[in-house]
Ligand binder design. Structure first.
Ligand SMILES: [Zn+2]
Length: 389
């Protein structure tokens, strides 16, 4: 257990429903011990005091859909790279994430899953990588987005069992196209084993979405992207995804994948309690423009926008603090709602909201401290400082 005691004083503390200005936060035994709405009820001398004047104190970010950054992606990288990625995420305020695997042929997918599950098991006390999101391989080739089409697999129950077993319980989420033949038994098996199902990279219509929800799907993967666009004379997958309160929508909040005004529509319809900000970040993140291999394809990054050869958007170079900034500054959403979308909704969707995802007394001390420009100054996980600038 972490024995450090910190007092974050005079900060703007973002709780799920309000901002406590000039408030103080006391962290002890890895937990949020006390929240005070005054600059600093003087803590005993065992606390290290961190002056947060003018800073924003938010719950640590939770990203359920991210493929990598700093030149590495989870699909192909070594265990050393996984550790580097964990640090990279801490430097962007992320205290919980699902390492997301693009489609891979079963044989390679199993190897990547084994590597990640091993890492998660060995580092569970201090890593922010808590599990795996399989984006595919059972998605629709007709909506492959930036993914390598040759890596997309048809549903195969026996092979799925091998993938799932390789995950040793660390596969938390899987994106599927529910219209694929043979997917139903895989979805049922996944749900029975505690794996949440997200609908995405699909050409299904509204009825397909309704059936998927009845079978237990609870998320839609990067809403608006890699699915048929909303048509006003048709009942589409997107329409049901927007309307159903059983569905939490992952949203790539870079202002490129979805226009800020369209993000506004989604948030109005779904509310902040059913939208989760994701990055869908690729190896190009924090590296710069140029050519990269990503999801088994050559991609070109220009002005931070990632595109495959056919011009399709192919993931992002987004980081969570910039997603939060975009939502606040460009979409105009208040910080409590932004913090729910950047942390709490995802925590609830992963079933860990009793422990983390918001600044509440008794919860794990998973915290990010940002300056006014949303640059990450401090990241704390479980009461331990993981990044400080
Ligand atoms: Zn993705």
């Amino acid at each position: 257990m972490n024995t450090s005691k910190y007092a974050l004083t005079s900060g703007n503390i973002v709780t799920p429903n309000k901002i406590i200005t000039h408030g103080s936060l006391f962290l002890e035994n890895g937990r949020i011990e006390k929240i005070l709405d005054e600059p600093s009820g003087m803590p005993d001398k065992n606390y290290e005091v961190i002056d947060c004047s003018g800073k924003i104190i938010m719950p640590g970010f939770i990203d359920v859909h991210t493929h990598g950054g700093i030149g590495h992606e989870f699909s192909t990288c070594t265990t050393d790279h996984i550790s580097e990625l964990s640090e990279f995420y801490y430097s962007h305020g992320v205290t919980t994430l699902l390492a997301t695997l693009s489609p891979l042929p079963h044989s390679l997918l199993i190897l990547a899953v084994i590597r990640l599950a091993e890492y998660c098991a060995e580092n569970r006390d201090h890593t922010n990588i808590v599990g795996i999101h399989l984006e595919g391989p059972y998605i629709n080739k007709a909506m492959s987005g930036g993914n390598q089409e040759n890596y997309i697999e048809l549903p195969d129950f026996e092979m799925w069992q091998k993938v799932r077993e390789a995950g040793r319980g660390y596969i938390c989420l899987m994106t599927v196209a529910p219209e694929l033949p043979g997917i139903i038994s895989i979805v049922e098996n996944a749900i029975n084993n505690g794996i949440a199902i997200s609908v995405g990279h699909s050409i299904g219509d509204g009825n397909v979405m309704v059936q998927a929800i009845e079978r237990g799907a609870t998320q839609v993967t990067h809403i608006f992207n890699s699915m048929p666009t909303l048509h006003h004379r048709e009942f589409g997958l997107l329409t049901e995804g927007l309307l159903s309160n059983k569905i939490d929508a992952q949203m790539i909040a870079d202002g490129v994948h979805v226009h800020p005004k369209v993000i506004q529509i989604a948030v109005k319809l779904k509310t902040a309690d059913h939208v989760m900000l994701i990055t869908d970040s690729t190896p190009a993140t924090q590296v710069g423009d140029g050519e990269y291999m990503s999801a088994g394809k050559k991609v070109v990054v220009k002005n931070g926008v990632v595109r495959a050869g056919d011009g399709a958007l192919a993931g992002s170079t987004l980081t969570m603090e910039r997603a939060a900034k975009m939502m606040n500054k460009e979409v105009g959403i208040d910080l409590p709602a932004v913090s729910r979308m950047a942390s709490l909704t995802a925590a609830r969707s992963l079933g860990i909201d009793k422990e983390t995802g918001s600044i509440e007394e008794g919860k794990k001390a998973d915290i990010v401290v940002l300056d006014k420009a949303f640059d990450v100054k401090i990241t704390i996980r479980g009461g331990e400082i993981k990044h400080r600038k």
